[in-house]
Design a protein around this ligand. Structure first.
Ligand code: DGL
Length: 266
């Protein structure tokens, strides 16, 4: 089974990492559309066009199942991706909402994400469909801070403090009692430790990487056996392969050797 994993950039490698640990028997194709990143500040039409061409590329390379490991593409373009790709497609908004539902006792949750994801209200729709009340907040400065490698950095600490204080205030004003915070952007798991330190201890912080891997495993009937979790994976990027190797290794948690450069147009 070849599983295609797509993100606008590097963040989806956190999902790939969880998939490789959970389903090491599969082969993986990862595409980071780094030339056209960030998706999070773009319109629905543009994100749909970029994501559909990326999905088609992965299917042409042999992907039999697609994981859209990008919250923005999942929120704005899942239908367009499914229309472009003749294979089953799973997006991380649905898996994130499932994780929120499983986590929340109060039925009140909060989501932080890119501006485009928040403006789409895809999380609000997915959470409401599960009987959850939700507060969404865009945190547009976090992606560039992570890309810069400023993980444990005073600027990032301060930016997070401000965003999270505003988020808590939004929840108070709406008279919600959230017990769960969803990291609705695939860059944010790298800030998880910082975020957990900045929020009340009782608040559960969840990202969709692990839960996505569990849901892929349930959907696919992959023969199980002894396999290497660092097993077969091909990496594709639409911009500098050198940058992908360096930044990508941070997200994947291990060195990335070969990266193939692809041109998907503009
Ligand atoms: N991958 C995007 C997401 O999960 C974040 C980066 C971007 O804006 O393209 O929303």
């Amino acid at each position: 089974m070849k599983i295609g994993v797509f993100d606008s950039g590097f963040g989806g490698l956190t999902v790939l990492r969880a998939l490789m640990e959970r389903i090491p028997e599969a082969e993986y194709l990862y595409l980071g559309d780094t030339a056209r990143l960030p998706y999070g500040a773009k319109s629905r039409a543009t994100v749909a066009r970029y994501a559909a061409s990326s999905a088609r590329f992965l299917v042409d390379e042999g992907a039999e199942f697609l994981v859209i490991a990008c919250n923005t593409a999942s929120a704005l373009a899942l239908d367009a991706i499914q229309a472009a790709a003749p294979v089953p497609v799973l997006g991380v908004v649905e898996t994130g909402a499932n994780a929120a539902e499983a986590s929340s006792a109060t039925r009140d949750v909060m989501v932080i994400a890119t501006a485009a994801t928040v403006e789409s209200h895809a999380y609000a729709a997915a959470c409401s469909a599960r009987g959850l009340r939700v507060i969404e907040k865009a945190c547009p400065l976090l992606v560039p801070l992570v890309e810069e490698g400023w993980i444990e950095h005073p600027v990032t600490t301060e930016v997070l403090r401000i965003y999270l204080a505003e988020l808590m205030e939004q929840a108070r004003a709406a008279e919600l009692k959230p017990d769960t915070l969803v990291l609705g952007c695939t860059h944010y798991p790298l800030l998880r430790a910082q975020i957990e330190r900045a929020v009340p201890e009782a608040l559960r912080v969840i990202d969709s990487a692990a839960v996505t891997a569990v849901q892929v495993e349930r959907r696919l009937d992959i023969p199980r056996g002894v396999a290497d979790p660092a097993g077969p994976a091909r990496f594709f990027a639409t911009d500098s392969v050198a940058k992908f190797r360096v930044l990508g290794s941070r997200f994947l948690g291990r060195a990335i050797e070969g990266v193939e450069l692809v041109d998907l147009g503009s």
